[in-house]
Design a protein around this ligand. Structure first.
Ligand code: ATP
Ligand code: MG
Length: 563
């Protein structure tokens, strides 16, 4: 397993290929890429890698990128997915201008190319069942057995293919197959299916077609029709490249895009298979495709990830031909880096413990303290926080019997309340179960603003929220969706669902600074000492905010790197 993404991602093997092509004036110096999602699910972070790569290369080399829906499978595709994909690619910051295409736009052209194949004697209508085709395909060590229908005349093939198109035959009863080489060492070249019969409604072409072209045939020709120069895909298509090239070669197409494969993204504690993500949604393990625990782009968006953090992540992990697994903590590192620069700081207490300051005057008026909005951004200014006699601190920031080097609050200790005063813990109040429910403290008025009045040192600074002026807010604390680094690693009889983390979502009512009550959906905050949060853009309302934890403050990634 690889922990370290490439530190300098400024170069990669695909850029090297493109530079060489440009030097040789291949494609007349054009660079034209595409992102070709199948609209059978929402996009995930792996797709983001591919999007950033395709659009990024075009940007770098003065080229352009198409968005093309690979919608050749009528039964699995839905308009909801098309819409979500468009939204996600835009949100990531990329633009295809007017070049939004659908493979289904090319069904007529593809049909004509299939007829061409037949006319060249390079395709035939086969009546083997899918099962027979599979059985006759051979193995890696044994050649396949040619179909008994392989040597039909061109006329007969043309007639049968047209009748396939006209709906005369049942699903699965016939296919059009390329006539290549049943003993090719590459199984993909053993007379692959070009068209199959599927009497299904298509989201764009309706009931016009009852035969649909297969991926390998469609993809290369679609690339060619769009004038794509570099067709970038993931490694599992490496063995399909000879077929990609074969179609373009035998059809003598006017241009011939170059297919280049790279290793797909894998991330720890995450599944990136659309089938599995769909299962999580359909079985209700998550609230939807955009559940903030989902590795989908829409899930990350709701979780509070920013497009720039995801682009930065994609850039930093680099592009290689070697499979690897990236640490989820590295993605967290990228979002922290981004939000650290931009997120407004506020105080929020997630797990409140009441503190009464006994010597603080009952009738104190307008005790406003100044707090910086973002120490990383001087232009963000300051805001006022009002202090009161009763405040809340984090339960974790108090220990009755602290270990050595515990610098927060314990009986007798003095700490600094962020932006406010030094307080000293005088008394601990417990309920009948022995649980600490309140602390009685004193404060030092001379420490106002958090400054030491006499050079006296306090070791700890903790955050707080006024009981009188603070507000309540729903906070959703998210954790990894899976407990295992590789969720797919399961003993016999178990599935990846057995690795689901039962504590991946904890909902609490937190106390927050009063202005957070009007946080706008989508606004990012750092809750000081706690983490980065975003006002949920779906369920947060002005006056009734809901905050999603984007990421905690603790950086496990840098620690990993120091090991
Ligand atoms: P499935 O999970 O159904 O096999 P897919 O993830 O390949 O589908 P597509 O919609 O076909 O989904 O993918 C669109 C593009 O995104 C393809 O070019 C594909 O290679 C790329 N892609 C998909 N998953 C990843 C990944 N994990 N890392 C990088 N690129 C990916
Ligand atoms: Mg795919």
């Amino acid at each position: 397993m690889e922990n370290k993404p490439e530190s300098t991602a400024t170069n990669n093997f695909i850029k090297t290929i493109i530079r060489e092509d440009l030097k040789n004036n291949k494609n007349n110096g054009r660079v034209h890429t595409r992102f070709p999602p199948e609209p059978n699910g929402y996009l995930h972070i792996g797709h983001a890698k591919s999007i950033c790569l395709n659009f990024g290369l075009a940007q770098e080399f003065n080229g352009i990128t198409n968005l093309r829906f690979d919608d050749t499978n009528p039964t699995k595709e839905e308009v909801e997915y098309v819409d979500s994909i468009i939204e996600d690619v835009k949100w990531l910051g990329f633009d295809w201008d007017d070049r939004l295409f659908y493979a289904s736009d090319y069904f007529d052209a593809l049909y004509d190319y299939a007829v061409d194949l037949i006319k060249k004697g390079l395709a035939f209508v086969c009546e083997q069942t899918p099962e027979e085709i599979r059985l006759c395909r051979g193995t890696l060590t044994e050649p396949g057995t040619p179909s008994p229908y392989r040597n039909r005349s061109i006329e007969e093939n043309l007639d049968l293919f047209e009748r396939m198109k006209n709906g005369e035959f049942e699903d699965g009863s016939k296919t059009l197959r390329a006539k290549i080489d049943m003993s090719s060492p590459n199984i993909n070249m053993r007379d692959p299916v070009v068209y199959r019969i599927k009497k299904a409604h298509h989201h764009r072409t309706g009931d016009k077609w009852c035969i649909y072209p297969m991926y390998d045939f469609t993809h290369g020709l679609s690339d060619m029709l769009e004038g794509i120069t570099h067709s970038i895909c993931t490694l599992e298509f490496e063995d399909h490249r000879p077929l990609y090239d074969w179609y373009l070669d035998v059809l003598e197409t006017p241009c011939h895009p170059q297919q280049i494969e790279f290793a797909r993204l894998n991330i720890t504690y995450t599944v990136l298979s659309k089938r599995k993500l769909l299962q999580l949604v359909q079985e209700g393990h998550v609230s939807g495709w955009d559940d903030p625990r989902m590795p989908t782009i829409s899930g990350f968006r709701r979780r509070g990830y920013t497009p720039s953090a995801i682009r930065d992540f994609a850039e930093k992990i680099g592009v290689t031909k070697a499979e690897s697994i990236v640490e989820f903590s590295f993605l967290e590192y990228c979002i922290r880096e981004d939000l650290n620069k931009t997120a407004i700081r506020r105080m929020a207490v997630i797990n409140p413990l009441k503190v009464t300051i006994e010597n603080y005057p009952e009738d104190m008026k307008d005790d406003y303290l100044e707090a910086v909005n973002n120490p990383e951004d001087a232009s963000s200014g300051t805001h006022q926080i009002r202090f009161s006699k009763v405040i809340y601190i984090e339960k974790d920031d108090f220990m009755e019997n602290p270990p050595k080097k515990y610098f927060r609050l314990y009986p007798g200790s003095e700490v600094r309340l962020r932006y406010a005063y030094f307080i000293t813990c005088k008394e601990v109040i417990k309920d009948e179960n022995g649980e600490v429910i309140e602390l009685i403290c004193t404060y030092d008025p001379a420490s106002r603003g958090g400054n030491s009045p006499d050079g006296r040192k306090v070791q700890g600074t903790i955050h707080w929220v006024s009981a009188e002026f603070g507000k309540q807010a729903e906070v959703r604390l998210y954790d990894n969706l899976f407990l295992e680094e590789d969720p797919n690693k399961v003993p016999d009889g178990k599935t990846f669902l057995d690795n689901l983390n039962p504590n991946s979502l904890k909902v609490v009512t937190a106390l927050v600074e009063p202005d957070l009550i009007d946080a706008k959906p989508g606004e990012h905050y750092q809750f000081e000492r706690v983490g980065y949060f975003v006002a949920d853009y779906k369920e947060s309302r002005l006056g009734k905010p809901v905050f999603n934890r984007t990421v905690g403050l603790r950086d496990t990634w840098s620690k990993l790197m120091k090991k």
